[in-house]
Write a protein that binds this ligand. Sequence first.
Ligand code: PLP
Length: 477
Amino acid sequence: MPEEKSFHMTPGDFRRHGHAVVDWIADYYARMESFPVLSQVKPGEIRASLPPAPPQQGEPFAALLGDVEKLILPGITHWQSPNFFAYFPSNNSGPSILGDLLASGLGVQGMLWATSPACTEVETHVLDWLVGMLGLPEKFLSTRSGGGVIQDTASSASLCALLAARERATDFASNQHGCDGKLVAYTSQQAHSSIEKAVMVAGIGSKNLRLVAVDENFALRPEALARQIGEDRRAGLTPCFVCATIGTTSSNAMDPIAEIGRICREQQLWLHVDAAMSGTAALCPEFRHTHAGVELADSYAFNPHKWMFTNFDCDCFYVADRATLIKTLSILPEYLKNRATESGSVFDYRDWQVQLGRRFRALKLWFVIRHYGTEGLQHHIREHVRLAQEFASWVKQDAEFELAAPAPLNLVCFRHKGGDEANQTIMERLNRSGDLFLTHTRLDGKITLRMSIGQSHTQERHVARAWQRIQEEAGKL
Ligand SMILES: *Cc1c(COP(=O)(O)O)cnc(C)c1O
């Protein structure tokens, strides 16, 4: 028989090129510190270097990998650099990268239990592990009334929580008839912008999101929340959802979950806790005070893809009452009907999220937890917090600089006392130098620099060098 024509990569070539790619990644990590952390290209530069038309004939793999080196690397901001101190971390690790690769290799679609039982069951199991590892309330366990699911991002988790809250508050009428414009949601002035996006998408409307005032530490004021809920009820509106944050993005502020939770209980409002970055700190018992009151939450989310050495994307989303979430998001068309679903004895995770399809993301998370063990994860989290606290003490001792907010964990908000322009200049010069990358926020109306410590390979020497470079640039003002 003549061989069938095929353009596919042969198994032998896949093996060879696969080894080359793994080598390339290992080398990339080894030479990471030789790159400017922030990409220095101008808008359009990368596109201009790409051929205008796609190839008619396939190209050798070596050419592809060569172009990653030549064309792509200059346009990369090196998020995995130990000198990356911008935004929040998005760290990763060997076991995570390899787990992700295996998930790509298996290439399964985990929308239903029946479409790959291991994809669902490993996810449920690992998320139950994390309840214990983080000291979360047992009601979030799949073996109780709740359960966890991996969402792509904290934004999606907040949206799903809001949708379930909306349905609970309207006895599942909003799903059928749309919103009546009376539902109201609450979060703090310092909450992540994804909450505003969620109210827009959920049909609540951004005018019906109350941004509650914060205290001098940028944490939500519970009495202001209670007052606002009262006012809204008197106006004939229907409060339904509160999002509290453990570790705000701007300054790592900790909302008082216990007090907010008590108000939500009294008022029968859904409490969602957004712990996107700082949730990981709860791996260490000494940092669990940041989670006090979380037993009052209806839902909770944190991102292993930020600070827990797991490749983007991976957000762990928990609910105390899975029945409400599932009822909110499930639709069963004929072509997805199957015996396992009908038996009611399995989770179909498409009912726990907005989209239908899903990757086997639990594999990388399972690998990370098994590689490090709780002990290994705790070690690196403690080290990041220690380095941040040390950095904060250097800032405090320098007469030209000041801390701009409390630094409870691994984020230090600080500023030069010379005003907005001085801080802007210091930041721009540092980032242009390529030596490190940091970003800013505005607190009390003033430009504030953020030193966010959470990259997998950041060590004392990187933090010390960053502080030295900051002082150097301040000296040149
Ligand atoms: C980063 C962050 C988010 C958004 O995270 P995504 O996973 O990218 O949606 C939401 N809330 C807080 C507090 C964050 O720090």
